[in-house]
Write a protein that binds this ligand. Sequence first.
Ligand code: M6R
Length: 615
Amino acid sequence: MCGIVGYTGANPVKPRLIEGLKRLEYRGYDSAGVAMQQDGGLTLVHRVGKVAELEEALSSFDDSSTCGIGHTRWATHGAPSEANAHPHSSCQGDIAIVHNGIIENFAELREELLSRGHVFTSQTDTEVVAHLIEEAYDGREGDACKGDLMKALRHAVGRIVGAYGIAAVCAQEPGRIVVTRKDSPIVLAYGEEGAYVASDIIAVIEASRDVAVLEDGQFADMTPEGISYFDAAGNAIEPPIMHVDWDIDVAEKGGYPDFMLKEIHEQPRVVRDTLAGRLSGGSLVIDELGLSLEELNLIDRVYVIACGTSYHAGLIAKHLIEMWARIPTEVEVASEFRYRNPIVTPSTLVVAVSQSGETADTLAAIRDARIKGAKVFGITNVVGSPVARESDGVIYTKANKEIAVASTKSFLGQVVSLTLLAMLLAQSKGKLTLGQIRLLYSELADTAEQIEEILSDTTAVEEAARACKDAASALFIGRGVGSAICYEGALKLKEISYLHAEAYAAGEMKHGPIALLDEGFPVIVVATQSPVYDKVISNIQESKARGAMVVAIATEGDQEIAKHADHVIYIPKVRDAFSPITASVPLQLFAREIAVLRGCDVDQPRNLAKSVTVE
Ligand code: M6R
């Protein structure tokens, strides 16, 4: 949820840290700070707010430092403040660290360190690590670690329990940065200008496309001359180098006013890339799952576990898996699944959906399911992410890096991937013929062009957004797979525009939510062609009868609906099973448009972070 960046080399560190922090800002953005080696000491600068505030504060500093670390924070322990912003330093101020993750035993360690005379300046869990390193470095723990930053870091992480990615610098060791991790990503790259570390590839790929992904328990020792890697026992290792083939322009807005709009417009490409190569010899192929059709045929229960938007993709998957493969499917938020005792057997398939591949609750649920003997498939956007590594098989969504906190293109990639999985399960069970699979695949591929059509004229969405922008609350209703689309539409609206929104299966309206409706209350209805279309029309009429303002997402050519709804957003005709792929797009645009009209920060909504690596 936070971002780490570090550089050591021959060039000024300040602009490199700022550039890296800006690229990482999407992960967390309530405060930021840097520690730079300078004039034999460390210069620490912190600011509350966006990285731009820090950049402004640093403008009066010269460019003499060539080694330092930086951090952008999403507060967990301690409110956003300059005191709680990273880097944190030791009592003497000669050691500074940045940390992502949670130190679970920080309270005991803090007490212990206080009793030995350490002075704390923040409320964070992180600060204990700086003091533990200090004790080891200055010899209070004996000579073994004295004067050696790497050994002192090893000693410190031996004392902490929790999740961490850590980078540390020391005034007495010019040009050196030491790094380690557990359950929190760290990547390193060595380029022409020197050595880089970050918590996300996006902050280092300008330096080099070849990056090393640090594994749990490993350490990296960075100097301007190179990076050395060590395993937990201290043996030198050569980590595999991953070549990053996506382009740096994912980190640029490319002419769009915000990343969210850019990412919405990338969705036709995501559909095409996610489908590419999946139909071979007339049948579906997803080799990365590592299970044969015969093994898939043995699956008798599916759980889809995920959080937030990814959970909504799971709701859509349930409809498709049960409809086509006839396998009972439950969708559960990961934070619930992990704490109850779900019925899991070796013939259970758990599908873990996570854009970031790092969500703490989803990871914990995966671990739990595997212990119980289930097969786990991950659906993620991030190659080599913990979800990918800890699953038995994985489907990558091919959305490429998503920067806006509100998921759009990765949601669509998840829905397309889950649709393929549902088709594969049906193929393995003999519930769909190869002819049917080919037809579905071809219609699925057509959705890319249909999204392009939706994106080519957004006038109706904009008009509807203008009509709803001043509302205090909105209701999203739909039936069947349409209700799942509504949950996602409502989440998009509330998270970026702060307009309260709720979603209901339309049949539930009369059981409570209808009490909310009065003159002008916005009701957004997914009313595309489906077997329950007539029922949805009745729900629209019930809403109109209470004075609601109805915005309908409907199928092109449907003249009837215009008689009932105040605003109609037409989308191309697709089969009901694929309506989530097309109908989600106007809802994404609707949410964004309202957020823009309300003056909200579309890409970085308040209180949120892109990846939720804490419980
Ligand atoms: O990375 P994940 O897909 O596991 O993240 C889960 C949720 O935090 C995420 O989908 C969140 O709800 C979205 N950013 C909302 O747009």
